[in-house]
Design a protein. Structure first.
Length: 544
């Protein structure tokens, strides 16, 4: 057996255990650098002492709590094979594509396959149990037997038969990324949903994978997510050759960074969800004509533009009315935010989430037509606007009932004319009582975990909004420990708002749109896709 050691920390990074030998004892391999020999789950004896002892203690604790089953009382064993197979399928853990990557500490299918010989035979004959492959690379200091990881993935592909398979991968090492990408290319017809968070592109580009995807297609692919950090320091590398995916008739959901999007642009006609992110701030990645094609895609319902400016300067068509079918729009591009209220006709749009907007809206509404008849919810995240900006938004979107402000930026300067902006709360409350922007307003939500009510202007704005809108309720998200202090500093405003019992104070929580879009920091990228497995053990590195 060949054992490969990492020269930096003497950790085992690879071994050549055979998949057919997983349940057998392999020949002992002495590694002087590890001082002693202890068994690995793959059958070799190269596991470090601390890992061996920790797993031994966990195993003893677990075994002590397991009671022996009484075969005379086990009625489930009498169920027909078809029913047991269906039960097993329903018992499998929720897909990472549904729960955002939060996984169990141990995969359900592996547990089922270890109960008894009868259940194992049924489990191995049920391909649906083995259709989700998930892996998140551990921290560099944690020990990983890559043989077991790779063999387990191959086993899942084998046991799933010809059933389409889901792949959820997050890695930080280039050689691990290369291995996964090679297997991704080798099994293109098999993939149904794919999510890959890869390390920063280096001198070994990912172009071969994108080229294979463009040339060969993937007939069963329904969802595709690629996250590859591309910072300004990588501008020295050549721009990707624009490629267009073919042979993906089922592809509906796409999430990519802008560089990957240019390398393998999906067909826009069939997409229902598109999420684009950028990590480059020097210059935009994608042409304005591409944005026009995206926004007018006939089936697109959910559009997210995250990270800053994605599209280049607008051309002469910017003042032309554009009709879109999207229903939910998250935008972090201030140029598009300023453009959309005067040029976008969105009869199906229901929710708009605006982030990091501190510019002026100079565009005028084209006519008195109701451009956003179904738009009832507007969210501002870290924004500063003027009353004139709010007036333009209110003229274009007249039926808003829910208004949310998260983490205000206090009095920012507009980038265009250095006009001092206000909190969206202040800008909305600045209009006179007889010129209400949104007469149908029912709910104002404020995430006060970021200094809400610290300034008198915000306190007075909330009180005035409740006076202006008789049927409106105010919901303030505030830490319990901060509530008495806030009320003491703004007693008059609180007393005014309490009249009519239209104010509620609740504990702060991350709204759904923040939970999925304000991503956690990573060791190799500050803005990344959501973590695939949060605070959970790797589910691929298990013996089964």
């Amino acid at each position: 057996m060949d054992i490969h050691i990492d020269d930096q920390d003497w950790q085992v990074v690879d071994c050549d255990a055979d998949i057919n030998s997983l349940d057998e004892a392999l020949l002992a391999a002495t590694i002087p650098e590890l001082k002693r020999k202890y068994p690995c789950a793959c059958g070799s004896t190269h596991k470090p002492w601390k890992n061996y002892m920790m797993e031994s203690r966990n195993r003893e604790t677990t075994e002590a709590t397991i009671t022996q089953a009484d075969s005379t009382r086990c009625l489930v064993g009498r169920l027909p094979t078809e029913i047991l197979s269906t039960i097993f399928d329903l018992a499998v853990a929720e897909s990472p594509f549904v729960n955002g990557g939060l996984g169990e500490t141990k995969s359900t299918e592996s547990i089922i396959a270890q109960v008894c010989t009868w259940w194992r035979r049924i489990a191995l004959d049920t391909p649906a149990l083995w259709t989700t492959i998930r892996f998140r690379e551990k921290a560099s200091k944690e020990w990983t037997c890559w043989a077991l990881v790779f063999l387990r993935i191959q086993t899942y592909l084998k046991r799933s038969g010809q059933t389409p398979v889901d792949l959820w991968v997050e890695v930080t090492s280039h050689w691990v990324a290369d291995w996964f990408l090679k297997n991704f290319r080798d099994h293109l017809p098999r993939w149904r949903r794919v999510s890959m968070r890869l390390p920063e592109e280096s001198l070994r580009p990912y172009a071969p994978t994108f080229s294979a995807l463009v040339d060969e297609g993937a007939a069963n692919l329904e969802s595709l997510e690629f996250g590859i950090p591309q910072h300004d320091k990588l501008e020295i590398f050549a721009e990707p050759v624009e490629g267009f995916l073919r042979g993906v008739p089922k592809l509906k959901h796409v999430r990519m960074d802008t560089r990957t999007f240019r390398s393998c642009m999906p067909p826009l006609q069939a997409l229902t969800t598109l999420h684009l992110e950028t990590w480059c701030t020097l210059r935009p990645r994608i042409r304005w004509q591409t944005f026009c094609a995206i926004i007018t895609s006939p089936n697109l319902k959910n559009l997210t533009l995250e990270g800053g400016k994605i599209f280049d300067n607008r051309d002469g068509t910017e003042r032309l009315a554009v009709t879109t079918s999207i229903e939910r729009f998250f935008c972090d591009d201030d140029g598009i935010i300023a453009w959309m209220w005067g040029a976008l006709d969105a009869p199906h749009l229901k929710t708009v989430i605006i982030k990091n907007f501190v510019n002026q809206i100079h565009s005028q509404v084209i006519n008195r037509k109701d451009h956003f008849p179904l738009l009832t919810s507007i969210v501002f995240i870290d924004c500063g606007v003027t009353p004139r900006c709010m007036e333009i938004i209110g003229t274009a979107a007249r039926h808003v009932t829910d208004f949310t402000v998260i983490r205000d930026i206090w009095h920012p300067m507009g980038f265009i004319d250095m006009t001092i902006g206000l909190s969206p709360l202040e800008a909305l409350a600045a209009h006179s009582d007889d010129q209400l922007l949104w007469p149908e307003l029912k709910l104002v939500e404020c995430d006060s975990d970021a200094n809400l009510f610290l300034e008198q202007a915000q306190r007075e704005a909330c009180a005035r909004l409740l006076r202006q809108y008789d049927l409106c309720y105010l919901r303030v998200f505030m830490r319990v420990t901060h509530t008495p202090d806030r009320k003491k500093k703004s007693a008059k405003a609180w007393n005014e708002m309490k009249e009519g019992e239209r104010v509620s104070v609740v504990s702060p929580r991350e709204a759904d749109f923040v939970r999925h879009l304000a991503f956690a920091d990573y060791t190799f990228c500050r803005r990344k896709f959501p973590r695939s497995v949060k605070d959970a053990k790797d589910t691929i590195g298990e013996i089964y």
